[in-house]
Design a protein around this ligand. Structure first.
Ligand code: URP
Ligand code: ZN
Ligand code: ZN
Ligand code: ZN
Length: 466
């Protein structure tokens, strides 16, 4: 394996920023030394990457994606091949995707099926969470086995009755099991039973447009579910990670729990930070492009999310990448918003959108790396192999040009979806080169990766508590 030296860049981790050269050997970070120092000048390499004027950052860790996810009679349009390639273009070198247990089936069957989808197809490394759709004696036992195999987190749904939904008793049982086996419970916190009543009423009254998706999935029904999930986790003595937080009232619930010292964590996503119900209300069924759950909120919720990211009440930004093409997929819900497949594309743009937040003064550079790389790696048991640049870590490294200008567009993105949720958005900053375990997958804005390079990651249990 070639030795590579990255010279002259500003190395940014969650902990510090240093003008350092980085030596990569055997797919790992071998050493860092002050740029131009005698030590660094002594390094010989097969390849030198000039990072002068650039940032040298850990590859992004996206802890929430859904490649090829079945939903509403169709499948998310990115395969593991196309989705991980797009992730690499955007400077993400690790994804943790969700294997799905179908009701009436074993966890093992779901996990095996997801291994088959991903194996040999990924451009970057990947792990799995497990979606628990059927909590019973046997699936609870299986949780322990999965933790031993490196699938150490489990998503439960308080939404989608009849599909993924678990009632409070099932949730409590899964949490109790997690409190013993070390698994992390991830919660989709929306009161799906109440939402389904409001959906039925809206449709009966002829309110069928995409914007009504946002109206029936009320912020209060997110915060109520968040509160309930927190109390159940307290009773079980288990940590809790709430996914795709969008409502300011839900952030307040998390903040209150954290003020009590509880191990409760929250993730938000770029769509909630940059988009709003204004997008859902776009005319001509265009709003369908922005249908996801939890839903986009009125623009004033964004301030609470940014504040949560600054104060630490929210710890992670993942994408919840779950793309459906407008043509033929989102269109399934014309005349009935409840039939629009839920989910949005975004795996390619997370690092850039968050860099824009750095440029705009919303977060610091180190916080950018913390919420997009280091904390998700810790949360999902991948640190320090992933999420940082340090001797011994995998050489998942991005050379990032903080001054490049780009415009996000479906015409230029690499995700397999026919629209961009950020069409026309100007971004300062762009990925230039990406190494995955020392191998260039993006080289000066050319794709040089290959399907099958990415390996399955067996994960430790959550390291964020220690
Ligand atoms: O709308 C969304 N978020 N689709 C993906 C499934 C989920 O609930 O995360
Ligand atoms: Zn079965
Ligand atoms: Zn969800
Ligand atoms: Zn999701």
């Amino acid at each position: 394996m070639p030795r590579t030296v990255i010279r002259g860049g500003l190395v940014i981790t969650a902990a510090e920023e240093t003008a350092a050269d980085v030596l990569v050997e055997d797919g790992k970070v071998a050493a860092l030394a002050a740029s131009g120092s005698e030590c660094a000048r002594g390094w010989t390499a097969d390849r030198t990457i000039d990072a002068t004027g650039k940032y040298v950052i850990p590859g992004g860790v996206d802890g929430h994606t859904h490649m090829e996810m079945p939903f509403g009679g169709t499948f998310a349009s990115d395969t593991f091949e196309t989705g991980t390639r797009a992730a690499a273009w955007g400077g993400t070198t690790t994804i943790v995707d969700f294997a799905v247990q179908s009701q009436g089936h074993a966890l093992r069957e779901g996990l095996d099926a997801w291994h088959l989808k991903a194996s040999g197809n990924c451009a970057i490394d990947y792990g799995f969470h497990m979606i628990l759709s059927d909590v019973n004696d046997s699936s609870l036992k299986e949780m322990d086995l999965l933790v031993d195999e490196g699938v150490t987190s489990f998503k439960l749904f308080m939404a989608y009755p009849g599909v993924f939904y678990s009632d409070d008793g099932k949730i409590l049982r899964a949490m109790q099991r997690a409190s013993v086996n070390g698994g992390l419970i991830m919660m989709h916190a929306e009161n799906g039973i109440a939402i389904d009543v409001l959906v039925e009423q809206a449709l009966a009254e002829g309110r069928t447009d995409p914007r009504h998706h946002g109206e029936v999935r009320k912020a209060l029904l997110e915060s109520e579910a968040t509160h309930r999930a927190i109390q159940l986790a307290r009773v079980a003595g288990a940590p809790l990670y709430v996914v795709h937080v969008s409502a300011q009232e839900a952030v307040a619930e998390l903040a209150r729990a954290r003020d009590l010292g509880l191990p409760v964590f929250g993730e938000t996503c770029p769509q909630y930070l940059f988009l709003s119900t204004d997008n859902l209300a776009e005319p001509g069924f265009e709003g369908a492009k922005y249908v996801c759950s939890t839903p986009l909120r009125p623009v004033e919720h964004q301030a609470a999310l940014w504040r949560g990211l600054r104060t630490g009440d929210l710890q992670v930004v993942s994408t919840d990448h779950c793309p459906f093409c407008f043509t033929g997929q989102k269109e399934l819900g014309r005349g009935d918003f409840s039939k629009i497949p839920n989910g949005m594309p975004g795996v390619e743009h997370r690092m850039d959108l968050l860099h824009q937040a750095v440029v705009d003064g919303r977060i610091s550079r180190r916080r950018w790396i913390e919420i997009a790389c280091a904390t998700p790696a810790r949360m999902f048991g991948l640190y320090p192999r992933k999420g940082t640049i340090a001797p011994g870590a995998d050489a998942d490294i991005v050379v990032y040009d903080p001054r490049a200008q780009q415009t996000l567009s479906a015409a230029t993105h690499h995700m397999n979806v026919d629209y961009s949720a950020y069409e026309g958005k100007r971004i300062t900053g762009q990925v230039e080169t990406v190494l995955s375990r020392g191998v260039p997958v993006i080289d000066r804005r050319e794709y040089t990766g290959r399907a099958g390079h990415g390996r399955f990651l067996t994960r430790e249990t959550c390291q964020y508590l220690i």
